[in-house]
Structure formats: structure tokens, C-alpha cells
Design a protein around this ligand. Structure first.
Ligand code: ADP
Length: 196
């Protein structure tokens, strides 16, 4: 199965991706990946919109083959830290690009996900967690962008059946239990049994 966890920075994605991939025995991947395009993104302090669009999309395209192996599979499982949904939410901020355009662009290069989880926390909670890291903030970790992205994620949950919202503003174990339940429910829907 192909499963992603998306949400704003600091919502707890990496924590939950680590836990879920461990429980499912799934391969863990991350957007941004270590491809040449991903490395360019990580090396650029403040990428222009054109650079973001080109490099995020190119980076995602390098993952497509692996994503295809897991999509709809009963034996190959991937849990991804972010997916194209993050492009839909983030790259539509103050850019003149609509979330729908970004979704269409990206869905033309990646297969269907069996489940996409939107891990929701209030922006204020995410910012407290980001501050607590004690590291320099990324170019995208500011309230205006995070508030916008959060709204787009919420809108997309309401429009797409394969996206499940999980409340990330609770203890790690409680959140992990709901994330696991969502994966099991998706497996039952898809295959009529738990395939992990
Ligand atoms: P993201 O990948 O979404 O940026 P992380 O998983 O890196 O988020 O979590 C950001 C910070 O918040 C980390 O320091 C992590 O330990 C902490 N954290 C993650 N989940 C929770 C939670 N449910 N409650 C409190 N803190 C959390």
C-alpha cells in the first residue's frame, strides 16, 4: 500500500511516519528525497517560485517508480513523509497558482495513494514545536504560509475521499493509534483484509 502523511511543518509527520512504517514493516520515504533535485532544494536558502515548482516536481518524479510499486499492492508498502498534497497546499501560497492546477500537475506524474493522512494541529501548536527545536527556521516556516497551507489541507480533506484527517494535537501514542487505525481501515476498504 502507498500511504502518505502530510500537514504543516511541526505537526508531527516525521514522528508518525517513523512509527507507522515500523509497525507496518513498510519502507519509509521522504519528500524532499535525496535526489539531485532534492539536494538543490535543501541547498537553496530561499528558492524562487519557479525553482520550487521545477525542483519539487522533478524530485517527486524520481520517486514515481517506487510509488508505483506500492500503489494498490498487497505486499509492497511505503509510508511517505509528505506527498504531492504538500505541493498543493504550499506552492499555491501567494503564487498565482491554484491548488487545483498543482494537484492536476502532480497527479499526472504520481500513482494513486491508497491513503493520505492529513495530520492537523493548530498553527500556533506547530510554531511552538518548531521553536522548541532551537534550530534556524526554514523559508516556509512562517505563520502566513502555514495558515494558508492548513486551510488548503482542510479543504482537500473535505473534497477527497482518500484523505483522512487525524488530530495531531494530542500525545504521540494517541495520535499513532489513530494513524494505525486509518491505515487498517484503508486496507480493509481496498482489499477486504489487513495486508500488513
Ligand atoms: P514534522 O515532521 O511535521 O515537522 P516532527 O515529527 O519533526 O514534525 O515533530 C516536530 C517536533 O514536535 C519534534 O520535536 C517532535 O518530537 C515533536 N512532536 C511530534 N509529535 C508530537 C506530539 N504529538 N506532541 C508533542 N510533540 C510532538
Amino acid at each position: 500500500m502507498l500511504i502518505s502523511i502530510d500537514g504543516i511543518d511541526g505537526c508531527g509527520k516525521s514522528t508518525q511516519v517513523g512509527l507507522l512504517s515500523g509497525v507496518l514493516g513498510a519502507r519509509r520515504i521522504q519528500e524532499i528525497s535525496p535526489s539531485r533535485w532534492g539536494k538543490r532544494l535543501r541547498a537553496t536558502a530561499n528558492p524562487s517560485l519557479a525553482q520550487q515548482l521545477a525542483w519539487f516536481t522533478a524530485d517527486r518524479a524520481t520517486l514515481a517508480e517506487s510509488l508505483e510499486e506500492a500503489s494498490g499492492s498487497e505486499t509492497v508498502h511505503i509510508v511517505s513523509d509528505r506527498s504531492y498534497l504538500s505541493a498543493v497546499a504550499y506552492q499555491s501560497y501567494d503564487s498565482g497558482l491554484t491548488p487545483s492546477f498543482l494537484e492536476e500537475l502532480n497527479r499526472s506524474i504520481v500513482p494513486e495513494y491508497d491513503l493520505q493522512i492529513f495530520l492537523h494541529v493548530p498553527v500556533t501548536t506547530a510554531l511552538v514545536r518548531i521553536e522548541a527545536r532551537g534550530e534556524a527556521k526554514d523559508w516556509c516556516e512562517h505563520p502566513g504560509l502555514l495558515t494558508w497551507a492548513d486551510r488548503v489541507f482542510e479543504t482537500w480533506v473535505s473534497m477527497r475521499d482518500f484523505i483522512e484527517q487525524v488530530d495531531g494535537a494530542r500525545g504521540i501514542d494517541e495520535v499513532a493509534a489513530d494513524v494505525r487505525d486509518a491505515a487498517c481501515a484503508a486496507s480493509l476498504r481496498r482489499f477486504g483484509r489487513i495486508v500488513f
